[in-house]
Design a protein around this ligand. Structure first.
Ligand SMILES: [Zn+2]
Length: 357
């Protein structure tokens, strides 16, 4: 209430109709103010040793304490306590060396299943499905050289859920398959799909996937759920054939919305474990053998689909602030396995950053 009143005082009622998630990008001066606020927060928050940190937190039955997985730093900077108000709450720390944000304590990989109640696949339909598929289409458009035509290229969707993306991939002519850890989702997906197939389990459990040689691997809203990202990405790299690429869509830990709303940020959901920024996703890719990376800013689905009701002046201000600040609340990443992949898909609208170890 106080915040709303302060917002009104600073900006008047001009921005009342702007959706909540877009206001920080369109109110004049707010980007710079939020970035300054973030610098202050990260400079002032205490940095503690892992031993000292462990003394301040109790460990749940399915949890474990972690060091920073991206750089090995053991010190912690406690920053946020997201709280869904429905019986879950966790702690998010920042690595003082590389800036990686992660839940600590985190969830032990073998207990990951405990996070996903049964019936997880039920909400993955209806309006949710339509919105998801629109998001996939817009992201494919942003990386169009890869996704315009499948041409029988082999595609693996990791964490394929009920097959919403695989449906689009088979329509575009990819030779597509998926894996998922929810047996109900896999069953639903295989009913939905005509040519593509999904499998229950990890890639190494399915011989035709374990054989590798993929042209494209996709991770739609999966990265933040991985408890052992380095192991997984080494595996993805080995499953890609020469010239292969990996697509990631995940919440952006450099988002202006996180800087503005802290623990109430929409990216802090119950099942998210780690939160990547353009900087830390580069570290992950470099350490797991990828040769290059490209980013496509995310302006928001309604802006990109042209269905927004924002006036044109505010749309261009939003686009400018997304480009100047964080790249958007979601991060869209294309990782290139090798030089052949960079040669095949780089250039044009995609700026490729080479990853040298
Ligand atoms: Zn680190």
């Amino acid at each position: 209430m106080v915040k709303r009143w302060l917002g009104r005082l600073a900006y008047g009622s001009r921005y009342d109709d702007v959706p909540w998630g877009q206001r920080v990008y369109v109110r004049p001066g707010e980007r710079l103010a939020r970035e300054a606020q973030w610098r202050l927060l990260t400079r002032r928050a205490p940095i503690v040793s892992r031993a000292a940190y462990e003394r301040t937190r109790s460990l749940g039955e399915i949890e474990e304490f972690l060091d920073c997985m991206m750089c090995g730093e053991s010190r912690q900077q406690p920053l946020f306590e997201p709280n869904g108000g429905k019986g879950w709450r966790y702690h998010v720390v920042r690595c003082p060396s590389c800036g990686f944000l992660y839940r600590n304590p985190n969830v032990r990989p073998e207990r990951l299943g405990d996070l996903y109640a049964t019936g997880y696949s039920n909400f993955l339909t209806g309006k949710y499905a339509a919105n998801r598929q629109r998001r996939y289409e817009l992201t494919m458009q942003a990386f169009s050289p890869v996704f315009d035509e499948g041409k029988e290229r082999r595609l693996l969707d990791f964490g394929s859920g009920v097959g919403l993306f695989l449906e689009l991939a088979e329509q575009r002519g990819f030779d597509a398959c998926g894996v998922d850890l929810s047996p109900e989702s896999v069953a639903q997906a295989n009913e939905r799909l005509s040519r593509a197939r999904t499998f229950f389990g990890a890639p190494q459990d399915v011989p035709e996937i374990a054989a590798g040689g993929f042209d494209v691997i996709t991770l739609w809203s999966v990265l933040a759920h991985l408890p052992r990202p380095l192991d997984d990405f080494r595996q993805f790299r080995s499953l890609l054939g020469p010239g292969g690429v990996l697509l990631i869509l995940t919440v952006n830990a450099n988002s202006l919305l996180l800087k503005a709303y802290g623990s109430k940020w929409s990216g802090f959901t119950k099942n998210h474990l780690m939160f990547y920024s353009p900087r830390t996703v580069r570290t992950l890719l470099r350490r797991t053998g990828f040769a290059g990376v490209a980013f496509a800013p995310h302006y928001g689905d309604t802006i990109e689909a042209g269905t927004t009701r924002l006036p044109a002046g505010l749309v261009s201000r939003l686009r400018r602030n997304v480009r100047l600040s964080d790249g958007g609340n979601m991060m869209r990443v294309l990782a290139f396995a090798d030089e052949e992949a960079i040669g095949r898909y780089g250039g044009g609208p995609l700026t490729v950053h080479r990853l040298t170890s």
